[in-house]
Ligand binder design. Structure first.
Ligand SMILES: *Cc1c(COP(=O)(O)O)cnc(C)c1O
Length: 407
């Protein structure tokens, strides 16, 4: 008899975006003549930078010629891309990461989801609340949780974010083995200062724990004092893995390219307490289960770092961040306390009521779609997330309608 992995039965249905879509469809049916503006999505809206398009096309053309054709590439990624990343994202910030410590992949969602395969099933896992659901769900699938009750899975350590801690929870007083951190944060837009990350690195060292640091929104940091990489913290290379993506940085959500950094001295332990390099384990896993990102896509990603690429990428990010500033300023002017929007394309708004009720109010009175905070965890109740990924015109129109709806 073929039997299922029963851990999948513990998963709550991915209720959030399904439920949003249902409520929006219902609204449209009732109000066929009313337009809606979507500020709920976590997806980019601007087209690829021209430098990436050109490199992408050139890569495709090469593949069509006998002289330029390539079959399977290295699973870990082509050296031309790994070298650029090591130089531009790390060495330029004083962080010594070697090209061969970088694994190119087709997304940070898969990498942050797959990395837990390397660890024992009876470790303790700490996740933020509110949280990017991938960290939680993949550990549930692997059997590291108890049942779901009261908005939470048994067995996890929840790191609670609120306005008082600025959505940057401090390390817990109990022991955690695997810790998920995401800065700049989705959904709250919060960023961690150097001293706060230092506390986490110290905690990981003291507890022989590992930090999984999701830096998918690193490019949106505007405050010069905020670290872009966990490796800007001394000692972090021993205790942290970092995830980055071209998805939000350069509009690659539909193109697919990301990378994971595993320093050679980053270690975990076997049952006898012996040390093992995670680099070697991930290399084994990656080359067994993954066959590399396509050549043209890696050329398109390389273009982010060379020629006109950096300036074009900057222009797109600045565009979204100008949207973010407008949103945050307007919501604050309307009397709402906000987090985010300064170093991240998300504004996390304290709506002072049930977050689904506020969502319904904005939809029905303003025709604006946001994301209810409750969908990201228990601590998200009372908040909504507004995304800066849209056109200036739509953002301005939406803010006018929100003002009309709440004043
Ligand atoms: C968008 C996003 C990513 C990137 O995912 P990709 O699979 O690379 O597109 C990673 N982490 C968070 C928190 C995100 O919001």
């Amino acid at each position: 008899m073929i039997r299922i992995n029963e851990n999948y039965l513990k998963l709550t249905s991915s209720y959030l975006f399904v439920e949003i879509a249902r409520r929006v469809a219902d609204f449209q049916k009732r109000n066929p003549d009313k337009g809606i503006i979507r500020l709920g999505i976590g997806d980019v809206t601007r087209p690829l930078p021209q430098a990436c398009v050109d490199a992408f096309s050139k890569g495709v053309a090469e593949m069509g010629k006998a002289s330029g054709f390539r079959g399977y590439g290295p699973e870990q990624g082509y050296a031309f891309l790994r070298d650029q990343i090591a130089k531009a994202d790390y060495k330029s910030r004083g962080v010594d990461i070697d090209a061969d410590e970088i694994f190119i992949s087709d997304g940070s969602k898969c990498d942050t989801g797959n990395i837990q395969e390397l660890f024992a099933n009876d470790i303790s896992v700490a996740v933020p609340d509110p949280v990017y659901p991938v960290y939680v769900d993949t550990n549930v699938m692997a059997g590291r949780s108890g049942a779901f009750a009261d908005g939470r899975y048994g067995g996890f350590i929840y790191l609670e974010g609120d306005m008082a801690n600025g959505f940057v929870p401090a390390p817990p007083s109990c022991r955690a083995d695997l810790i998920y951190l995401c800065y700049p944060n989705n959904p709250t837009g919060a960023v961690a200062a150097k001293a706060q990350l230092k506390e986490w690195v110290n905690y990981a060292k003291e507890n022989k724990a590992l930090i999984l640091f999701d830096a998918a929104y690193e490019a949106f940091i505007t405050d010069k004092s905020i670290p872009h990489s966990i490796y800007e913290i001394e000692g972090a290379k021993d205790v942290a893995i970092e995830f980055r993506s071209f998805s939000k940085t350069a509009g690659f959500t539909g193109t697919r390219c990301a990378f994971t950094v595993i320093p050679k001295n980053c270690i975990a332990y076997d049952n006898n307490g012996n040390k093992h390099q995670l680099h070697g384990l991930w290399n084994r896993r990656h080359s067994t289960k993954f066959n590399g990102v396509s050549y043209p896509v890696q050329r398109a990603a390389e273009a982010v770092y060379i020629g006109d690429g950096p300036a074009q990428v900057r222009e797109i990010i600045d565009y979204y961040m100008a949207n973010a500033k407008l949103i945050r300023e307007k919501m604050e002017k309307l009397g709402y306390k906000c987090a985010g929007g300064v170093n991240a394309p998300y504004i996390w708004v304290e709506c002072g009521s049930d977050s689904w009720a506020f969502f319904d109010m904005l939809l029905n009175k303003a025709g604006v779609v946001c994301t209810p905070g409750a969908g990201f965890g228990r601590c998200g109740e009372g908040f909504i997330r507004i995304s800066a990924f849209n056109s200036r015109e739509n953002v301005e129109k939406a803010l006018g309608k929100i003002e009309g709806a709440v004043s």
